[in-house]
Design a protein around this ligand. Structure first.
Ligand code: ZN
Ligand code: ZN
Length: 116
Protein backbone atom coordinates (compact mmCIF):
# COMPACT_ATOMS: atom_id res chain seq x y z
CA UNK A 1 0.00 0.00 0.00
CA UNK A 2 2.87 2.40 0.77
CA UNK A 3 4.25 1.92 -2.70
CA UNK A 4 0.94 2.61 -4.40
CA UNK A 5 0.48 5.75 -2.36
CA UNK A 6 3.91 7.09 -3.32
CA UNK A 7 3.20 6.56 -6.99
CA UNK A 8 -0.08 8.41 -6.66
CA UNK A 9 1.69 11.37 -5.11
CA UNK A 10 4.35 11.43 -7.81
CA UNK A 11 1.71 11.78 -10.49
CA UNK A 12 0.52 15.09 -9.05
CA UNK A 13 1.91 18.07 -10.91
CA UNK A 14 3.64 20.43 -8.54
CA UNK A 15 1.91 23.72 -9.04
CA UNK A 16 3.42 26.57 -7.08
CA UNK A 17 5.69 24.46 -4.92
CA UNK A 18 5.91 27.07 -2.19
CA UNK A 19 2.21 27.71 -1.82
CA UNK A 20 0.84 25.70 1.07
CA UNK A 21 -1.64 23.04 0.08
CA UNK A 22 -5.07 23.61 1.52
CA UNK A 23 -7.47 20.78 2.13
CA UNK A 24 -10.67 21.47 0.16
CA UNK A 25 -12.69 19.48 2.66
CA UNK A 26 -11.81 21.06 5.98
CA UNK A 27 -10.19 24.14 4.40
CA UNK A 28 -7.06 24.02 6.51
CA UNK A 29 -3.41 23.91 5.46
CA UNK A 30 -2.07 20.40 4.97
CA UNK A 31 1.34 19.66 6.51
CA UNK A 32 3.55 17.91 3.95
CA UNK A 33 3.59 14.61 5.75
CA UNK A 34 -0.22 14.58 5.85
CA UNK A 35 -0.70 15.05 2.12
CA UNK A 36 -2.73 12.42 0.32
CA UNK A 37 -4.16 12.35 -3.17
CA UNK A 38 -7.79 11.35 -3.53
CA UNK A 39 -9.34 10.29 -6.81
CA UNK A 40 -12.67 12.10 -7.07
CA UNK A 41 -13.83 9.19 -9.18
CA UNK A 42 -12.10 6.02 -7.95
CA UNK A 43 -9.29 4.79 -10.19
CA UNK A 44 -11.06 1.47 -10.50
CA UNK A 45 -13.99 3.34 -12.06
CA UNK A 46 -11.77 5.11 -14.56
CA UNK A 47 -11.26 8.32 -12.60
CA UNK A 48 -8.14 10.35 -13.24
CA UNK A 49 -8.36 13.69 -11.49
CA UNK A 50 -7.14 13.89 -7.93
CA UNK A 51 -7.37 16.37 -5.11
CA UNK A 52 -4.94 16.74 -2.22
CA UNK A 53 -6.39 16.13 1.21
CA UNK A 54 -5.24 15.54 4.76
CA UNK A 55 -4.59 11.86 5.25
CA UNK A 56 -7.20 11.95 8.02
CA UNK A 57 -9.82 13.58 5.77
CA UNK A 58 -8.98 11.17 2.98
CA UNK A 59 -9.25 8.07 5.15
CA UNK A 60 -12.55 9.30 6.51
CA UNK A 61 -14.01 9.55 3.01
CA UNK A 62 -13.19 5.92 2.32
CA UNK A 63 -14.30 4.82 5.76
CA UNK A 64 -17.76 6.27 5.10
CA UNK A 65 -18.39 6.01 1.37
CA UNK A 66 -18.08 3.05 -0.97
CA UNK A 67 -16.34 3.35 -4.33
CA UNK A 68 -19.63 2.96 -6.13
CA UNK A 69 -21.19 5.80 -4.19
CA UNK A 70 -18.08 7.90 -4.72
CA UNK A 71 -18.27 7.37 -8.46
CA UNK A 72 -22.01 7.94 -8.71
CA UNK A 73 -22.86 10.49 -6.05
CA UNK A 74 -19.81 11.95 -4.36
CA UNK A 75 -17.42 12.68 -7.21
CA UNK A 76 -16.91 16.37 -6.42
CA UNK A 77 -15.71 18.16 -3.30
CA UNK A 78 -19.06 19.93 -3.07
CA UNK A 79 -21.01 16.69 -3.07
CA UNK A 80 -18.62 15.12 -0.55
CA UNK A 81 -19.39 18.00 1.79
CA UNK A 82 -23.09 17.17 1.57
CA UNK A 83 -22.48 13.67 2.93
CA UNK A 84 -23.92 13.79 6.46
CA UNK A 85 -21.25 11.65 8.08
CA UNK A 86 -18.43 13.48 6.38
CA UNK A 87 -19.89 16.90 7.19
CA UNK A 88 -19.96 15.86 10.82
CA UNK A 89 -16.33 14.74 10.62
CA UNK A 90 -15.28 18.03 9.01
CA UNK A 91 -16.97 20.04 11.77
CA UNK A 92 -15.15 17.92 14.30
CA UNK A 93 -11.69 17.88 12.70
CA UNK A 94 -11.81 21.67 12.31
CA UNK A 95 -11.67 21.97 16.07
CA UNK A 96 -8.44 19.93 16.22
CA UNK A 97 -4.86 21.19 15.88
CA UNK A 98 -3.61 21.15 12.30
CA UNK A 99 -1.11 18.40 13.04
CA UNK A 100 -3.74 16.28 14.74
CA UNK A 101 -2.95 12.61 14.43
CA UNK A 102 -5.86 10.90 12.83
CA UNK A 103 -7.35 7.92 14.58
CA UNK A 104 -9.34 6.31 11.81
CA UNK A 105 -8.59 2.64 11.77
CA UNK A 106 -9.52 0.54 8.82
CA UNK A 107 -10.61 -3.01 9.18
CA UNK A 108 -8.29 -5.59 7.66
CA UNK A 109 -10.86 -6.24 5.02
CA UNK A 110 -10.87 -2.64 3.84
CA UNK A 111 -7.08 -2.46 3.91
CA UNK A 112 -6.72 -5.34 1.50
CA UNK A 113 -8.92 -3.73 -1.14
CA UNK A 114 -6.79 -1.19 -2.97
CA UNK A 115 -9.11 1.67 -3.74
CA UNK A 116 -6.65 4.39 -4.67
ZN1 ZN B 1 -8.62 18.17 5.69
ZN1 ZN C 1 -9.28 8.40 -2.05
Amino acid sequence: MGKIKRNALLSIPLVGVKAPNTCPLCERVIPRHHLEAHHLIPKSKGGKSTVLLHSACHKQIHALITETDLANHFNTIESLKTHAGLAKFIDWIKTKPIDFKERVRKSKQLKSSAHW
